[in-house]
Design a protein around this ligand. Structure first.
Ligand code: ATP
Length: 268
């Protein structure tokens, strides 16, 4: 189960070039997350400069959190485990306990490694007295495994969580994620960059007006823009296919008319 969510650096298909309009964020991630890993010997020298073991990406859905997490792993040459939290919440407690321990031990074996947890608040939300006992125990176990990483200065495993509800996260979890980055809805300029990136190798009209497209897509996330371009591309291909079908039908009709005419010639 875990291996199906695992990608080694060479196989990660995205890098910084696949992210548009977030240059300032990429720069921050480079300095906060990647540099301490690449220059470990300098940062590990003091307890105060240890590389972060927890990173939180928060912001609305579809704005690039997963993309950023994968690209960070790629750029830092780290393995990437995409941990599906439903695996930790759907199973019987004994199973989740083993699974959580297996994920951490795999990450340590593969280090440097990023363990990405999308919708992290869904299983590490603020604890309440109504929590099911199994849920509470699972959270405690997860945090103690995480603390094992934090206290080991030689370990290069980062838990990278993504959420669009950071306020729902348990305070104890927030403390374990000192590096926090907001991934916002794209502005008009950012939308223009994202559209240019999505359409960079597509056969678009030479007079395509990117600024106009960007200004008329207020409220669209990167994911919405991707879907918009996908639909436009499908319409284009559909039109081409329809034209081609019509041409083929015409040709077939012409040929069969010619055949009929030929037949009748023979008869006379
Ligand atoms: P969710 O919270 O729903 O998981 P997310 O914030 O993790 O969403 P992604 O899955 O990273 O969003 O983005 C979805 C898709 O939207 C990407 O695969 C990409 O096609 C497009 N996209 C989003 N933001 C950007 C961006 N800044 N640059 C380029 N493409 C983007």
């Amino acid at each position: 189960i875990i291996a199906s969510q695992l990608v080694v650096p060479d196989e990660i298909s995205v890098n910084w070039k696949d992210i548009a309009g977030l240059d300032y964020l990429i720069q921050e991630l480079r300095e906060t997350v990647i540099l301490p890993i690449q220059k470990r010997e300098l940062f590990a020298d003091s307890r105060l400069t240890q590389p972060p073991k927890g990173v939180l990406l928060h912001g609305p859905p579809g704005c690039g959190k997963t993309l950023i997490a994968k690209a960070t792993a790629k750029e830092a040459n780290m393995s990437f485990i995409n941990l599906d939290v439903s695996l930790l919440t759907d199973k019987w407690y004994g199973e989740t306990q083993k699974l959580a321990a297996a994920v951490f031990s795999l990450a340590v074996k593969l280090q440097p490694c990023i363990v990405f947890i999308d919708e992290i608040e869904s299983f590490l939300r603020t604890r309440t007295q109504h929590d099911h006992e199994a849920t509470a125990m699972m959270k405690t176990q997860f945090m103690s495994l995480w603390d094992g990483l934090i206290t080991d200065p030689t370990c290069t495993v980062i838990i990278m969580g993504a959420t669009n509800r950071p306020q729902d996260l348990d305070k104890a979890i927030q403390r374990r994620m000192p590096a926090t980055f907001h991934v916002p809805m794209p502005s008009e300029t950012q939308r223009e960059r994202i559209l240019q990136l999505i359409l960079r190798s597509e056969p678009v009209a030479p007079d395509i007006d990117f600024p106009r497209l960007a200004s008329s897509t207020e409220g669209f996330s990167g994911s919405d823009l991707h879907e918009l371009c996908r639909q436009a591309a499908v319409y284009r291909v559909r039109d081409l296919a329809r034209d081609e079908m019509a041409r083929e039908n015409n040709e077939n009709n012409r040929e069969s008319n010619a055949d009929t005419t030929g037949d009748s010639d023979e008869e006379y």
